[in-house]
Design a protein around this ligand. Sequence first.
Ligand code: XLS
Ligand code: CA
Ligand code: CA
Length: 449
Amino acid sequence: MTRNVHTGETAYFPGIPRIRYEGPDSDNPLAFKAYDPEREIRGRSMEDHLRFAVCYWHTFCATGADPFGPGTRAPAWAAKPDPLARATDRIDAAFEFFSKLNVPHWCFHDFDLAWEGASVAESEKNLETMVGLAQERQKATGMKLLWGTANLFSHPRYMNGAATNPDFAVVTRAAAQVKAALDATVALGGENYVFWGGREGYACLQTTDTRRELEHFATFLHQARDYGRSIGFEGTFLIEPKPMEPMKHQYDFDAQTVIGFLRHHGLAGDFKLNVEANHATLAGHSFAHDLRMAADAGLLGSIDANRGDPQNGWDTDQFPTDLYDTVHAMMVVLEAGGLGGGGLNFDAKVRRESIDPEDLFIAHIGGMDAFARGLIIADRILADERTSALRFGRYESFDDGDGKRFENGELDLPALRNLAAENGEPAQRSGKQELMENLINDYIVRGAA
Ligand code: XLS
Ligand code: CA
Ligand code: CA
């Protein structure tokens, strides 16, 4: 954190204290009401359950620009014309923010941290320079890298895709970027490496050889995996599903599509999923649905925490504040046994109209408290024996006898037919949806204290 030697004040967020837990009765907007990093739940600290991360792109690179107008924020760290000076100011601002927010992890794309040069070699050098500065700041603050990734979607060369581009020359540029981003992730001790296929998909089905593109994608991922392992990357590779935007259709459509792809191509041993809330809703699912599909497959790797807007059909990347969402999400995470080496990355941006520096803190505090409350409440719901009775009790006919034999594959179709004929019409049982929903509401209303 850069300090003014005369005043002791920090450079980019003056007047903002280190954010602390003050409890549910505090009305200080710059304090946690629920996130108490040391509080234990199921024998583990909240910090360890939630493993929060701040993303570099929205928080330090975005200015509020949208298709209808330019940015509304001009942060001090983005002022200098020289790219190295600007990137250095930005990294100082970022680490000052991380430390004040008291968050343990961060995430970046190659060209959030550095800037693209005139050649592959120049871009690699720029990234290496910035990785050196990030290493120093990680050491000074204790911050850890949750994941690194490469931006394979902004540069015009990627307009038709990166690993799935119909032009091999573009595929090689994507490979060069992923190689450098993997080197950077390893140098910074990153626990995961993310692939979000921003333009891996199509705009026009009739001009696209989808079979060939998907095979290229799998080959590319195999090569990235092999290179990562060869340089000592022991963490998890993550694919982040998203159904559309920027393309009309993206191959990593949703959790189940990606699970099928990974298994089909023999990648499920090294790759898991980074499930983003707003991407699940864009696919027509709920956040909890995609988490559950990934968890059931043993492939829940990490989470990009945000939310969409029910009135919009696009990726608004708002900060997560909806307690239903966070409770439902944390029920899945707790049942899955936690996030392992993954975490909760705030892939979220403040609104274009939120222009005060403190808004960045307030937004993250709200998201952290929403997930802390989700964790506390989900733990209580799962501990209530009515919850497991409502969910698992419905399947008791498979627990023993013929139901168990069916599960074990011991009953063929004629045998099942004979059981149907013998047993007559099955008795109907209520699904009890409203009872479950009311139970969840009761716990939410009782709060997280
Ligand atoms: C964009 C994605 C992106 C990934 C990382 O929609 O969320 O930010 O998380 O490339
Ligand atoms: Ca994301
Ligand atoms: Ca998003």
